[in-house]
Design a binder for this molecule. Structure first.
Ligand SMILES: [Zn+2]
Length: 121
């Protein structure tokens, strides 16, 4: 979780729907995809288009003659000094013969200076 103070770039809060830690500036929860803002000031706001400077997708198909294997999906974030600042277990499961899973990682970014007015809570 970020230590940024409320209103600063990187400030976080808990989604009221799913309790995931998300950006305070988010209008839609990236985890549960529910809308977050109801105040009048944001009703007129045009959603800021997010850039996706990193997006990776890959699939694994287990061989047709393979015994079941288990998988673990972990995502981590490191800062420019190589220190891990976040590490999250995303999911676990198993693949039986000829089953496939597709894994997608995307990093969305928005201009943090693009806030038209300071938000109040
Ligand atoms: Zn949510």
């Amino acid at each position: 979780m970020s230590n940024a103070r409320p209103g600063a770039p990187g400030a976080t809060r808990a989604c009221p729907h799913c309790r995931e830690v998300i950006l305070e500036s988010a209008g839609i929860c990236p985890a549960c995809r529910k809308f977050l803002r109801f105040d009048e000031a944001s009703a007129d706001e045009v959603p800021v288009a997010a850039l996706t400077p990193l997006s990776i997708e890959g699939s694994i198909r287990h061989p047709a003659d393979g015994e079941p294997w288990e998988y673990t999906v972990v995502v981590s974030i490191r800062n420019d000094r190589g220190e891990e600042t976040a590490r999250k277990l995303i999911g676990v499961g198993a693949l039986s013969a000829n089953e496939q899973r597709t894994f997608t990682l995307s990093v969305e970014m928005v201009d943090a200076s693009d806030k038209s007015s300071p938000r109040r809570h």
